[in-house]
Design a protein around this ligand. Sequence first.
Ligand SMILES: [Ca+2]
Ligand SMILES: [Ca+2]
Length: 270
Amino acid sequence: MSHLQKYSLVGVQWFVVGMLVLLIGTFVTSSAKAALYVDGSVFSDDFDGSTFSPSWNVTVWGGGACTVAGDGTAIIASDSPLSAGAVLWSDNDLLSGLGDDYGFEVRFKVGSLTGENATRDWILMQGRDNVPASGDWGGSWNVLGIDFRLNPYDDDHFNLDWWGWDGSSRIPSAVASGLLYGEWHTVIGHRKTDDTVDIYLNDNLVGNKPVIWDVNPTVLMAGDAAGGDAGLVTYDYMRVGSVVVPEPSSMVLTFLAGLGLMAYTWRRRK
Ligand SMILES: [Ca+2]
Ligand SMILES: [Ca+2]
């Protein structure tokens, strides 16, 4: 083998090693990005089985319905008329003792949404201080901590909003616009020690809001509680607990493994 052929072969080997390291690094980086999640240590419901978790109270009226579909999902429906209602709300102390670093996560799919006005919106996942009594939304209650809402955008899309009607004609603010009906979406709210909430939509950070009233909630709630809206939303799961943030250590390990591989190749060549 001539010197020229030998050097050419060495070049190919280094190129292959370099490409391998690059590929593995890219794979690890992309999979690490998707790993942010809420562990469900405070509350978790995957809607398996045929009945709701005993932590939920179910209230429907005017033709609304809350059902466990038997395929690991829950369906909350108030398609028609607008005056129909359907809500899940937890026992009053479900979320007691959350501390100042916790998260909410929900995976859901929207079938339809109708809103009569800007203040009437679908409650995707919300914190409260209490729910007075079954079917009675008057009395003393407050939206606290975190409040994700859904509103219609056009025939095929909806908006993810923050902090909707709370007894004072509050208009929710849009966090993300133009989400597709019929597709699964995952929303995470990470309440941090700086008293703000990082909002993630499908693994992307899309907003940061102050903790509502700077107070932690004790009640969890979801659905249509208003006369001026309607909809059909399928829930895959809801979780409350610690936010697990991906660690960069896997990147470092990949880099070290790449270095080791190169050193081994170099030693064999000598
Ligand atoms: Ca309604
Ligand atoms: Ca599920």
